[in-house]
Design a protein around this ligand. Structure first.
Ligand code: B1M
Length: 228
C-alpha cells in the first residue's frame, strides 16, 4: 500500500504530481502510476511530457540506485512493471496519428539483452509519427532481424542495446546485412543508454539517437533523403 492513500491527487501542483510519479515508479506502484497518469491527462498535460517528466525521470532515479547497489533486480523489475503500466495508458495517445504512412520499420533489442522499455517507447513514437512498426521484442539474433526485415519489406531497422556487453552485437547484424547484400536496402538506426554517435559511425549505422523524440526526427529525415 502506498502513501498515496492519504494524498489527494487533485490537490497537487503539476510539479508535485510529477515528483509523486517518480517516487511511485521508484517504488514499483503500478496502480498508483496509472491513476497519476490519468490525473495528468485530465489536466491537459501532453502525453510526451508525462512520459518524460514523470515516468522516464523516475526510471532514471531507479537506474542510479541500481548502479550504486541500493536497488536490486527484483525492485527494478517492479519499477519496470510500473513503467509499462503507465506506458499502456499513454500508448494510444502517443500513437494517435492521422499522418499518412511514412514507411515500414522493424525494431528490437539485440541478442543477450532483455531491456525493452526504451525500444517499446521508440516503437510507440514511430507509430505516432506514421510508421508501420513491427516490434520484434528482445534478445534478437542477426538472423531474426534479417528475417523480419525481409518479411515486412522494411525501410528501417532499429536496434536497441542497454548493456556495454551487448552493443557490439549491432555490428554483427550490420555485417550480416552486408553479407546478404541487404545493407543498402534498409536504414539502420541504433540507440540505447551506453551508445553514442561515434559508436554508430564505427559500426556503420545510419544514425544514433539519444532518445525517442530524436529517433522520430531522424527517421523522418532519413526516409525523406532515401526517397529523393
Ligand atoms: Co538493467 N542495466 N540489467 N535491468 N537496467 C541497466 C542498463 C544499467 C545501466 C543499470 C546500472 O548499472 N546503472 C546496467 C548496464 C551496465 C552496463 O552495461 N554498462 C544494467 C545491468 C548491469 C543489468 C543486468 C546485467 C543486471 C544483473 O542481472 N546483474 C541485467 C541484464 C539482463 C540482460 O539484458 N541480459 C539487467 C536486468 C534488468 C531488468 C530485467 C531488471 C530491467 C529491465 C526490464 C525491462 O526492460 N523490461 C532493468 C532495467 C529497468 C534497467 C535500468 C534501471 C533502466 C532501463 C530503462 O528501461 N530505462 C537501466 C539503467 C539506466 O539505463 N539508467 C539498467 C528507461 C528507458 C526509457 O530508457 O532504455 O535508455 P532507455 O531508452 C531510451 C534511450 O536509450 C533511447 O530512447 C529511449 C527513450 O528515450 N533508445 C533508443 C533506446 N533504444 C533506442 C533505439 C533507437 C533510438 C533510441 O533506435 C532504434
Amino acid at each position: 500500500m502506498s502513501d498515496n492513500d492519504e494524498i489527494i491527487l487533485a490537490d497537487l501542483s503539476n510539479e508535485e504530481l510529477f515528483e509523486l510519479m517518480q517516487d511511485d515508479l521508484y517504488d514499483g506502484y503500478a496502480d498508483e502510476i496509472v491513476e497519476e497518469v490519468h490525473e495528468a491527462l485530465k489536466r491537459g498535460l501532453a502525453p510526451y511530457e508525462i512520459l518524460t517528466q514523470g515516468l522516464v525521470a523516475g526510471m532514471d532515479m531507479v537506474g542510479e540506485d541500481f548502479r550504486d547497489g541500493i536497488l536490486f533486480v527484483p525492485e527494478v523489475l517492479m519499477a519496470a512493471k510500473a513503467m509499462k503500466a503507465g506506458m499502456t495508458v499513454l500508448r494510444p495517445l502517443l500513437v494517435e496519428t492521422g499522418a499518412p504512412r511514412l514507411g515500414v520499420a522493424v525494431i528490437g533489442t539485440v541478442k543477450g539483452d532483455i531491456h525493452d522499455i526504451g525500444q517499446n517507447l521508440v516503437s510507440m513514437m514511430w507509430e505516432g509519427a506514421g510508421l508501420e512498426v513491427h516490434n520484434i521484442g528482445i534478445n534478437n539474433s542477426a538472423e531474426a532481424y534479417l528475417e523480419a526485415v525481409q518479411k515486412y519489406n522494411a525501410d528501417v531497422l532499429g536496434m536497441s542495446a542497454l548493456l556495454t556487453t551487448t552493443m557490439p552485437y549491432m555490428k554483427v547484424v550490420i555485417d550480416e546485412l552486408k553479407a546478404k547484400r541487404m545493407r543498402d536496402d534498409v536504414i539502420v538506426m541504433v540507440g540505447g543508454a551506453p551508445l553514442n554517435a561515434a559508436f554508430a559511425e564505427e559500426i556503420e549505422a545510419d544514425a544514433y539517437c539519444e532518445d525517442a523524440s530524436e529517433a522520430v526526427v531522424r527517421v523522418k529525415e532519413l526516409l525523406v533523403l532515401r526517397r529523393r
